[in-house]
Write a new protein. Sequence first.
Length: 858
Amino acid sequence: MSNERYNVKETEAKWQQAWDEADCFAAAPPGDKPKYYVLEMFPYPSGRIHMGHVRNYTMGDVVARYKMARGFNVLHPMGWDAFGLPAENAAMERKIHPRDWTYENIATMRGQLKALGLSIDWSREIATCHPGYYAHQQTLFLDFLEAGLAYKKESLVNWDPVDQTVLANEQVIDGRGWRSGAVVEKRTLSQWFFKITAFADDLLERLETMERWPERVRLMQRNWIGRSSGAFITFELEGRDEKLEVYTTRPDTIFGMTFGALSPNHPLTASLAETDSELADFVALCNSEATNEEAIETAEKRGYDTGIRVRHPFIADKSVPLYVANFVLMDYGTGAIFGCPGHDQRDMDFARKYGLEVFPVVLPAEIDPAGYELGDEAYLGEGRIVNSGFLDELTVEDAKAKVIERFEADGIGRGAIQYRLRDWGVSRQRYWGCPIPVIHCEDCGIVPVPKADLPVLLPDDVSFDKPGNPLDHHPTWKQVDCPRCGKPARRDSDTMDTFVDSSWYFARFCSPRAERPVERADVDYWLPVDQYIGGIEHAILHLLYSRFYTRAMRRGDHLDLDEPFAGLFTQGMVCHETYRDEKGAWLYPEQVRKDAGGATTLEGGRPVTIGRSESMSKSKRNVIDPEAIIATYGADTARLFMLSDSPPDRDLEWTDAGVEGAYRFVNRVWRLVGDAAARCPSAQSFDSGLPSAFGESAMDLRRKAHKAIAAVTEDIDSFHFNRAVARLYELANAISAFEADGEGDLWALRETAETLLRLAAPMIPHVAEELWQSLGRDGLLVTQPWPEADSTLTIEESVTVAVQVNGKLRTTLSLPLDVEEAVAEQTALAHPAVQRVLEGRAPRRVIVVRNRIVNVVV
RNA sequence: GCGGGUGUGGCGGAACUGGUAGACGCGCCAGACUCAAAAUCUGGUUCCCGCAAGGGAGUGGGGGUUCAAGUCCCUCCACCCGCACCA
């Protein structure tokens, strides 16, 4: 057998070029074939691809190539999520224009992706920063505006006073701006919102039907939408004209109310604070509190007694104090609550701290309410209502219904559904994003840019010298005449959140050069995406926003679709060990030499601490550059390793040994099939007909091949790529163990070698293509149909049956398939191993499961 | 706190609706080839006892159902992830 290795670089480049020239991966127009749209989440052009991309795109590529072989018209496009903050940071740090930085990165990364040999239809490539894309996004924005799905409102934002910009919550770290370090202020700004809440119910309900989405993601979305059912109640305030509206999910506990509480940001709080400096101080204190997880966990409940009394709606003469409390959130419900300490732990903590009244109104049936005292634990369980007038003795559920009925009759409240989901704020005070196509006119107010005037292009001549939004301090860009009255007006200088860009790109891929956002015929044909693949980190925002966009675009008649992604697969991350030197500084893997005892630095031999394996990240330096791997081992090896070692939805541990293993297999296939090619009949004589009879070992090999076809097919269909790879290894082992003797055997060898190539082609397409050619085959393997398993060959003539005595394995028997149960029983009982254990005892019972097991019970 | 997931050899992981636990790979051991090494090939490799034949134990711990449990039920433990003062 040859020891030669195949020339990875030349071979891979050759076949990539061949596929390109034959235009193999261009999606065809609608025709006879069924369609299949496979999409991986498009990358942000950060500079270079990373292993996470390699894993993601390899999985998508396996699916795309497999579906192509199965006869589908496949759409497998690629694009760039190209707007975003890093481009502006690069502009500030390196004096390079965001556009140039972005397009340079795209060029680099496109080259890297092409080197992976992905079956991408590059003619459909899009970049969201290109006017050919964002122009249409502006059209959609105007449609949303017209449909009432986009609106402007004042909202509280995180304002960085140094950088003069709004920060997302994730960009505020311990109350300070992530870049400037300045203490972040809360500011009220006028911002654009998308009315995602208009679809809250549908977004929630549809989740139930999305069976090809991971349960985990559906659950996260369900929680995020956060539907709750309860009631709004309006309370009277003693001696004041205004009323207080609260939201509660426990209207049944209304008789247990012992205080009321306002959010520090409630309008009533604000008006009271105008004349109460102590309250103003309290509010300021609350707003300065950290809102991160640990802080909330440990934060003490604090309140300020306003002196106002809230009237109980059903108990004449009863009133309770009204507090401003730090734990009441302005952005849920009405920003005010009624406190029932008996049945809400937060209310309990608060009541105990401020010495407020505490008593139960729900108790388990076995407890006598007379004189019963609650401790410091609120009772949250089921039971019957007590101490509650007309609600007494009802169940919690019945009491809710009855009290809501009463509220509605009295005109002081109503049953209501509430959502945690907020409308999506999309304004960003940034340059590198899609300009919001509206004009502000002093006389006419907000005026949409006429569609004929689109796109509103980003100006190129911007300066990043000053902090703040370059669009805002551009000398002329904002100045425009009002399209309605013609008077001088100004453009909205905000740009859209980059999540907007990624919320409809999957639809644009269907007709990437259309003069409208989408062509109806194309989206009708291609959508929904049949298989979407990406990281779990987008489980909520991106996927929810895309679902919103589908609904909003449907209103504008751009498409007619319930859900954008029929199938979703969330792949695991790529992990690597971490290394630190004696000072605790992170080290790159290539700086480390590992040996038996541990590890040292390559230069200087200093001791290295090996840390646990974590998701590859630049900050921990535990990264492997895909380009280096491809240069050394080739794309096939990188792809195979991505698929072979772990189930696709779990994290994958990158190891040098694992890569070496994949490399070995690629070379092994090359030698194995190359060898077979040298010995086997020519393609022409092979195709003229198989021999009528094969020897036993040849039949055995053929059976293995057809079982492999059935197994690999099933494994790819069910996203078990690691199992599919194991099947390929088994088949390769069978080929290499096969000793061909005579012409019939050579035919079987050739047939099996071709099968191996076809099955392996979606995973290691370059070497498969090379070997296909070496077998004397014309045309490209990529255009070949998927092999069919011959059912007469996947069935064994004999089966191995386990023989147990009292459930313990004693021996195995080789029996003819589907042999009579009595025969199996007799054969098992006669076996010496069984006889020995029985020691002459007669079996009490014998259980025979056909083709599987004989269990003798004594 | 609420919700979800995972736990199988030295390691990554297989195991269909309960039916031979450990496929396949990595690592390791031995052998072939070689002056030697690498590469490659062959064989072995869950643990314990045994030269062997064979026997015993074993899927995070404990208990249960069953002829039979990694798989079903109860209970406990560990780790991971998501959400979180949502009234």
